[in-house]
Unconditional design. Structure first.
Length: 297
């Protein structure tokens, strides 16, 4: 199943067609995309019993990219994992962590899959990531049960302002990664049963058509089940919570010379064969050209 936020309403997406959930279910489920996660198991069970192709309950609409919003637009919590790919740790010249490196992205940074990206400075970097969205409340969940608590996955970008992120005396990851539009993801939530191997998903990121990141989630230091088990051992995870699971090597700050985004750049990110999003960078009133080449996460 694929579930999307289409013009602010929860929709089932099949073959480029969108079916409004509230209307298709006769009001059994509401229109709010975020509320769908509170009843995810029930929604999934209902949707799997509908003959969408042969006897759809309503006429679908053609899916327009401009109508798509973040599939979980108002998560209570947004977690992110730093330094979680072996090759990324190598490019940062840092040892592999013993525990997941956790920070938060404030929910106000969440953005849709085909959005503009206002650049607050000249030190903004890309980070393609697989995003997991929770479909069940999770507390003290074992690795073996973790995927059962995930509604689905999407592709996202943990956009990062490197100077703010590394500002002394103590790095401010959550601040540097929470500017408006710094958390785009989507275009829909893809349930795990549609993913051949959720522990081996290919990621790609291009900037203006040039490949800058290419890896597989099999290179994760901490897998999604390990991340969920660790997070839920400390915090309660709620339906609709969003987890950015880490970025592979190839970020701009690690390059010689460093390469940061500029107005007019187009960042395309994908989970190959599953999801694709695109951001177009725009100028802002503030431009800070302080060197950030040594700041990587």
């Amino acid at each position: 199943m694929r579930v999307a936020n289409v013009a602010g309403r929860c929709n089932i997406v099949l073959d480029g067609l969108a079916y409004d959930v509230e209307r298709a279910s006769g009001g059994r489920f509401g229109a709010d995309p975020q509320a769908a996660f509170e009843r995810w198991d029930e929604l999934n069970g209902w949707a799997s019993g509908v003959e969408w192709a042969s006897a759809p309950p309503i006429e679908p609409r053609a899916l327009e990219l401009g109508d798509l919003g973040a599939p979980a637009p108002r998560p209570r919590q947004v977690f992110a994992i730093g330094l979680n790919y072996r090759q990324h740790a190598a490019e940062a010249n840092l040892p592999l962590p013993d525990y997941p490196v956790v920070f938060t992205k404030f929910p106000s940074c969440i953005a849709g899959p085909f959005s503009e990206l206002p650049l607050p400075s000249g030190n903004v970097d890309w980070e393609v990531e697989m995003v997991a969205v929770m479909g069940r409340e999770a507390r003290q969940i074992s690795e073996g049960r973790a995927w059962d608590h995930v509604a689905g996955i999407a592709v996202g970008q943990d956009i990062s302002e490197r100077v703010v992120q590394g500002r002394p005396p103590q790095p401010q990851f959550s601040m540097g990664k929470s500017f408006p539009y710094f958390g785009p993801f989507g275009p829909d939530i893809v349930t795990i049963d549609e993913v051949p191997d959720p522990d081996d998903v290919e990621l790609r990121c291009t900037v203006n058509g040039e490949l800058v990141q290419h890896a597989s989630t099999s290179d994760l230091i901490f897998s999604v089940p390990e991340i969920i088990a660790y997070l839920s051992s400390i915090a309660t995870l709620y339906p609709g919570d969003v987890i950015f699971t880490g970025t592979p090597s190839g970020v701009g700050a690690a390059r010689k010379p460093a390469w940061f985004l500029r107005a007019g750049d187009v960042v395309a990110s994908e989970l190959v064969g599953i999801s694709r999003i695109e951001q177009r960078c725009t100028a802002s009133d503030r431009t800070d050209h302080q060197d950030a080449s040594a700041l990587i996460s």
